[in-house]
Write a protein that binds this ligand. Sequence first.
Ligand SMILES: *Cc1c(COP(=O)(O)O)cnc(C)c1O
Length: 384
Amino acid sequence: MRVKYLQCVRCGRKYPREEIRYRCDCGDSIELVYDYSAYKGKVTWDILRQRTFCHWRYREFYPPLKSSGIITMHEGGTALIRSRNIAKDIGCGDLMFKMESLNPTGSFKDRGSTIEISQAYEYGAKTIVCASTGNMGASVAAYCGRGNIKCTIYVPEDTPRIKLLQMEAHGARVVRVKGDYTLAANLAKKEYEEKGVYLAGDYPYRSEGEKSVALEIMDVLDGDLDYLVVPMGNGTLLHGMWKGIKEMKLFGLIDRLPKILGVQAEGCNTIVRSYFENKDSIEPVHPDTRMDAIACGDPLDGLWALRALKESGGRGILVSDVDAQCAKEMLAREEGIFAEISGAASLAGFIKVHNAGLIPEDARVVVLVTGHGLKEPEFFETRI
Ligand SMILES: *Cc1c(COP(=O)(O)O)cnc(C)c1O
């Protein structure tokens, strides 16, 4: 879709669409605002469903890219599978899992990478720098490898070994920082500012790509969904999904909106805390959780995610490491699904609010499984 301008979540300041911009001058995050009028009535199910079921089926929803430069590995098109046993255990009538672990590098990050790294390629970037808790780096490294672009990934000290191996296998230079994700993000930004390299990560182009998780779910269910359960790190995924769902409604593809349940770790509760305190700002924290993929103490898209929870009539949920580990084990034993612990946080969160009686019995629910369990085998060696 044609981009009209970029706009800040906090101060509303607008920037011209030509500008490669990561954050607003006020420091908060920005999103792409499209010129929707040109597309109304032209994006129909008939048109979309003629195409293969994958991320690129929904190309009208993304920023314009020259097709010759698109770096893709058939991301998306992931399965939506029905619960066989957990739904019965907890007494939920209609529970499904969206298998984001089935993407090319094992997490939904690939949906953002195909947009973001293609954009960088079109821009002529020779080197990309990026901060990551692990999955982002693995994905960016793979897409950079495919696009012949050099990349440097800054990661926290305790990033799981397999995710580091993935990055190195794809040819990335990996820098382990002595600290958490926030420090990694600051160092990546510093390298971008000093050397003028292309900065990748949780920025506007990525959330445009990650919205396809929601587009696929709404496509398969014909828009008939009550709750969508999403883990939150930087909040980029949740924000992107909510934006995509609203755009589908604007185009008349669906006629109602699901409620979004956003799940964070108790030891990294930034967005959910503001949700419960009814604030419109986010206080950074020092993360203390084993859910490494969602341990973002200063969430870049926190405000967007917070607003999506409120706008959708959903809620924020906190889970402990033990809750998430239990959910991970339930998924593995009862459903045959091997998720990484952050990818099981969503199920843990849903069970919590379901047990508290907050979900109607006949609700249709989709829980995201965001990342693959093969990425963290050490979890079964050192149990919580
Ligand atoms: C990145 C990631 C998340 C969180 O996504 P955000 O966009 O940072 O909110 C959740 N689960 C897994 C497995 C991830 O890799």
